[in-house]
Design a binder for this molecule. Structure first.
Ligand SMILES: [Zn+2]
Length: 372
């Protein structure tokens, strides 16, 4: 794979993923302009969902000036099923319905747009669609303009939602974005903390898939390329925005999405879901970092060591669960949540995973986490 270093090289780069994705990628050096132009050419009536945090950046002004929009505060937590239901009701009450939902922002804004796009065509509440293999109709076209790289949300058929009972995605092919406009420059306004930890999650996805025993070959190939790119990015100091590192980040992110199709993450992710359930304000990327730091023995072939190294290079202390309100009173419940992620344990340990993984094994990892 040749590696583009500049925006112009990125714009003319051939497809760098092997897995068949459902999303059309538009490679751009001026994302807002290209998005609005493509929408004008193809969709008559877009409705925008944009992250409030982008307001001070002048380049997003044309979107904030749109009449048909919803400004979303993504800093709170993942989008909630109630946010989706509220937006669906608001849009349905309009005289003219939009024909495309456009998400502008990080993973949360994209997930909200993806959920609203599909739920508009389906009668039940969003919480009733959290899960896999549910019968759903195709909704509106979903467009995304990511402003942060690493989640892969720009190409995955998954929209993660926090519901009244559980944090779980709507998993359906009609949840995949129809079009993603990818402009590496758009992350230049993001905080170093967000750029770093979102890329860390991207690294964990690729790393865990390359160690998975149940992932498909095309996913493994994409994950290997993505792992190289994520490691190159995280081995540098991310204090200052750099085009070369931003180009690598968007490419690693798309591979993070494509390798999820047919690929499966492992132990750090299983553990992170228990943490997230006990602390709604703990960002997913930080939860996985905390989990990886407690898995030194399981990920002894580089995962743990690289995590420690990337934190050091970028001057971040090792994040601790206690700083997010998690203590030993949560261990029982977290253990139950993590043990429920059977496919992820299977992914790492293989078909006889439950000969190794039981309550004591998992509770022991959480003990290390709350004591760290
Ligand atoms: Zn993740």
């Amino acid at each position: 794979m040749g590696k583009p270093r500049t925006i112009d090289e990125f714009k003319s780069a051939n497809a760098w993923w092997r897995t068949k994705i459902l999303t059309e990628i538009i490679q751009s050096g001026d994302g807002v302009t290209d998005l609005l132009r493509a929408l004008r050419d193809r969709a008559a009536r877009p409705f925008f969902i944009i992250d409030e945090i982008l307001k001070p950046q002048e380049r997003f002004l044309p979107i904030f000036e749109m009449e048909e929009k919803f400004i979303f505060d993504a800093s709170r937590s993942e989008p909630r099923t109630g946010d989706v239901d509220g937006l669906v009701a608001l849009i349905k009450a309009k005289d003219t319905l939009p024909d495309a939902i456009v998400g502008v922002g990080g993973g949360s804004s994209m997930d909200l747009a993806k959920s609203v796009g599909i739920c508009l065509a389906n009668p039940k509440t969003a919480a009733e669609y959290q899960g896999y293999g549910l019968d759903m109709k195709r909704g509106l076209d979903i467009w995304v303009l990511p402003t942060l790289s690493g989640t892969g949300a720009e190409v995955t058929p998954i929209a993660v939602l926090r519901g009244p009972e559980k944090k779980l995605g709507i998993n359906n092919n009609f949840t995949a974005p129809t079009v993603a406009v990818i402009d590496p420059g758009l992350s230049s306004g993001a905080r170093k903390f967000n750029r770093f930890f979102t890329m860390m999650d991207c690294f964990f996805h690729h790393y865990e898939i390359t160690r998975s025993k149940t992932s498909e070959e095309s996913a493994l190939l994409d994950a290997r390329d993505g792992l190289d790119l994520a490691k190159e990015v995280l081995s540098g100091d991310l204090s200052e925005f750099s085009v070369e590192s931003a180009v690598k980040s968007v490419m690693a992110s798309v591979l993070g999405g494509s390798s999820t199709i047919g690929g499966r993450v492992g132990v750090s992710h299983a553990i992170s879901y228990g943490l997230s359930n006990s602390s709604p304000h703990l960002p997913h990327s930080v939860a996985v970092t905390i989990s990886m730091l407690a898995c030194r023995d399981i990920y002894a072939d580089g995962g743990w060591e690289d995590t420690v190294r990337f934190l050091e290079i970028n001057g971040f202390p090792r994040p601790r669960a206690r700083d997010y309100g998690i203590d030993d009173s949560h261990i029982e419940r977290m253990t139950t949540t993590a043990l429920g992620m059977e496919k992820l344990w299977h992914s790492h340990f293989g078909p006889d995973w439950n000969s190794r993984v039981d309550r004591a094994f998992v509770a022991d990892i959480y003990k290390r986490i709350v004591e760290a």
